[in-house]
Design a protein around this ligand. Structure first.
Ligand SMILES: Cc1ncc(COP(=O)(O)O)c(C=O)c1O
Length: 405
């Protein structure tokens, strides 16, 4: 059975800690991780949780406890992962457009590194890091993902080393003894089609014989989870079987034995998260009924940034007659969470629950309009824990420096 928090638990959290509030469910993360682990049980596989989706230390610690490794997109995420208890060999650092200093720092910390540009790869080789095993991120020229903003592998994408630059990489391997241990791609987010992963995999398999020190293929993240009622996500079982077939065929053909790495973010944490928000204002305009809530794009930007769909329910009036509402936020932008959405009758003061808010929710929050970031709560083994207090005005002020005049 898929673990879900109940309405009672969510209402209890909101009453206890107020709104807006992010609530996470540890057992749901475990469930998602186990489904990956079981599907790929046949292979030497490692799952590096893409911490960028949600970096609260308690989430990182939970992910660590259940046996996942971690993928970090900045040196500070690396430091958070170390603080959460990950050992350097459990940490992967996959950054882009960073200064070489950050890569040198990651190297000094002893974590796995995926390098995303030829420029930094040359610096790495020339700084005599050649013997330090490294991964390279390749831009596979594959267009896939929920929409262009979350599509990262196409031929105009800023991510990765272009295929046309590979001869230069081969030169570094020959002349600078660059030790390329991992070939990495991340084609995008919300990729449902198994074929997209296979296309990327086959490309890396084709390149593999050019890398004498290769130990692993890293296919990144991007597994889709359902956001809409009735929608389906990536069929992990089908993906695992198809990868298995390609994997054995490659092994038989080349005699090369490789590990598989994945970097799931959304898949692990999206469905574990709920954003609870109270209705401040109802406003009718023509035939539109606005429900104005105490949150906004400063706290969950996905609907506005990516046009993402999040299902919403009225937790405090579950039996109200269904009507149509446009749910909007309270910042000075057009921050529409949902347009013309059927909801049980909404009254001012009602508590709405926005689902699948665990990934890129709190993590992309800002203090725009000087509104404070929400608190975060974790349910684990039925117990509710506050894992980040609500931000305060003092928090917003304390980095600002009085000029004394
Ligand atoms: C390099 C890399 N790996 C993994 C991920 C995680 O993607 P997702 O959350 O869709 O699984 C991302 C997302 O941006 C990424 O850029």
């Amino acid at each position: 059975m898929i673990p879900q928090l109940t309405s009672e638990q969510l209402l209890e959290a909101a009453h206890h800690y107020g709104t807006p509030l992010y609530v996470y469910h540890a057992e749901r993360i475990t469930h998602q991780f186990e489904s990956l682990r079981q599907a790929f049980a046949y292979a030497p596989v490692r799952f590096f949780y893409a911490a960028k989706a949600l970096t609260n230390l308690h989430i990182l610690q939970h992910v660590h406890r259940i046996g996942a490794d971690v993928d970090c997109s900045s040196i500070n995420e690396v430091k958070l992962a170390i603080t959460a208890g990950f050992m350097p060999q459990q940490i992967l650092y996959t950054s882009n457009s960073v200064s070489f200093d950050e890569i040198a720092e990651a190297r000094a910390l002893g974590v796995h590194i995926n390098i995303d540009s030829l420029s930094n790869l040359i610096k790495f080789a020339e700084a005599n890091h050649g013997s330090y095993p490294v991964g390279i991120r390749i831009r596979p020229d594959i267009l896939a993902g929920g929409n262009l903003q979350i599509s990262t592998g196409h031929d105009r994408s800023k991510f990765g080393i272009a295929l046309s630059d590979l001869p230069e990489v081969y030169r570094l391997i020959r002349e600078k003894e660059l030790h390329v241990r991992v070939l990495h791609i991340h084609t995008g987010s919300e990729i449902k089609e198994v074929d997209v992963f296979l296309k990327g995999l086959d490309l890396l398999f084709d390149l593999a014989p050019n890398f004498p020190h290769l130990e692993a293929i890293d296919l990144g993240g991007g597994f889709k989870v359902p956001y809409k009622e009735g929608e389906t996500g990536t069929d992990i079982q089908a993906l695992a079987s198809a990868v298995q077939e390609h994997f054995y065929a490659f092994e038989n053909r080349t005699g090369i034995d490789l590990e598989f790495w994945f970097e799931p973010g959304k898949y692990l944490v999206a469905e574990s998260g709920y954003l609870l928000t109270a209705v401040n204002v109802l406003k009718r305009s023509g035939n539109i009924e606005f429900a104005g809530v105490d949150s906004g794009l400063n706290q969950l930007i996905r609907p506005m940034f990516y046009n993402a769909y999040h299902s919403i329910e009225n937790l405090s009036h579950p039996n109200g007659a269904v009507q149509t509402y446009t749910v909007v936020g309270n910042v000075c932008e057009t921050d529409t969470f949902a347009e013309d959405r059927p909801l049980n009758q909404v009254r001012e003061g009602d508590l709405l629950c926005i689902r699948n808010a665990g990934a890129y929710g709190f993590e992309m929050a800002s203090s725009y309009n000087a509104r404070c970031r929400p608190a975060e709560v974790l349910f684990r083994a039925g117990e509710m824990h506050l894992i980040r207090r609500r931000e305060t005005l003092d928090d917003l002020l304390h980095l600002q420096i009085p000029l004394g005049d």
